[in-house]
Design a protein around this ligand. Sequence first.
Ligand SMILES: C[S@@+](CC[C@H](N)C(=O)[O-])C[C@H]1O[C@@H](n2cnc3c(N)ncnc32)[C@H](O)[C@@H]1O
Length: 361
Amino acid sequence: MKYMPETTPFIFCSCQYGAQTALKKEFATTWPQFKLSFSRPGFVTFKVPEEFPAKSLPTLDLKSTFTRSSGISLGSVKTSGQSERIQLTKQIVENAELENIAHLHLWRRDRSVPGERGFEPGRDSETDLLAEEIAAVLNLGKLQINRITQADQRVLDIVIIDEDHWWVGWHQATKTATRWPGGVFSIQLPDHIVSRAYRKMEEAIRWSRLPMKPGDTVAEIGSSPGGACQALLKRDLKVIGIDPAKMHEALMKNPNFTHVRKKASEMKRSDFSSVKWLMSDSNVAPNYTLDGVEDIVNNKRTNIRGMLLTLKMIKWELAAELPSYLDRIRGWGYQYVRARQLAFNRQEICVAVQRSRSKRR
Ligand SMILES: C[S@@+](CC[C@H](N)C(=O)[O-])C[C@H]1O[C@@H](n2cnc3c(N)ncnc32)[C@H](O)[C@@H]1O
């Protein structure tokens, strides 16, 4: 196959390497009318039925925890020569007669689980350079390359499936993560990060947009060695790290940081009375995480406004339990509960929880 433009509507979804099975199961429940078409680790396409309102597709909210980015599929090119791939991509784009495209997002399908053998998802200088080269030959006017879009802007997506195989699609930006190239927030790392959890926390804050303010008190259950607390301290929050294990010395020096060297269950509930935001990243099964958090938020002496909870999918089958975990959290009186497998999550998902929310997308 060299060149395959799509005639009937298909959508593409990218996800974490290995999460595609969970994504397909999610679709079987939420979008049973979409039929699986192409699948590789980290990338899946679905055929959309003819009768589906095509106009809704560029901004369709798939309500999918495991979909990292998505859009309308325009087709794929598979051939060994790069200049030929670029020309065939151009043909696909011209056939589609796209209008008002302002951005080009080009990224690689994940090759590994985040954090494994040094792999982290997202754009890099190589993908940016290639995108520049492609943008120069497309007749789409001046395109911004691998930048965060504004809401409602239209994006041409090119996904490198394998070195000789590219997928072409487009979408219109809506919610926060749909504005990021490949649904991955490009994090500016400080000179030293204490742990990978720094990336996770950065992405969780950007995605959830929890309205945390400098001076607010945040507690993290499962805080050692401290990458997530490092990201919180950068925002001038007062941070309580709860973990029986040792924290990195860089945190212990920070006057805004307090380490409680205990399990969360060993603390008095009144210790949480000043805590506005609760984070949890314990390496235990989701129900244990939720038991611990429930005990804190349901106590009369606490008033937790919002949370970022990491739920570890100790085995993938737990993904099917996700709706019941979210219902359980709503049952504690929190109105806004959303789940996403973040790009920097491993075999786990992030749940963003808010009691009430200011009007923001
Ligand atoms: C994935 S690590 C956390 C990484 C950390 N968030 C960071 O930023 O580096 C999980 C941690 O959960 C802690 N943990 C497990 N059960 C806990 C509990 N009941 N209370 C507090 N910490 C707990 C473990 O000691 C371990 O350090």
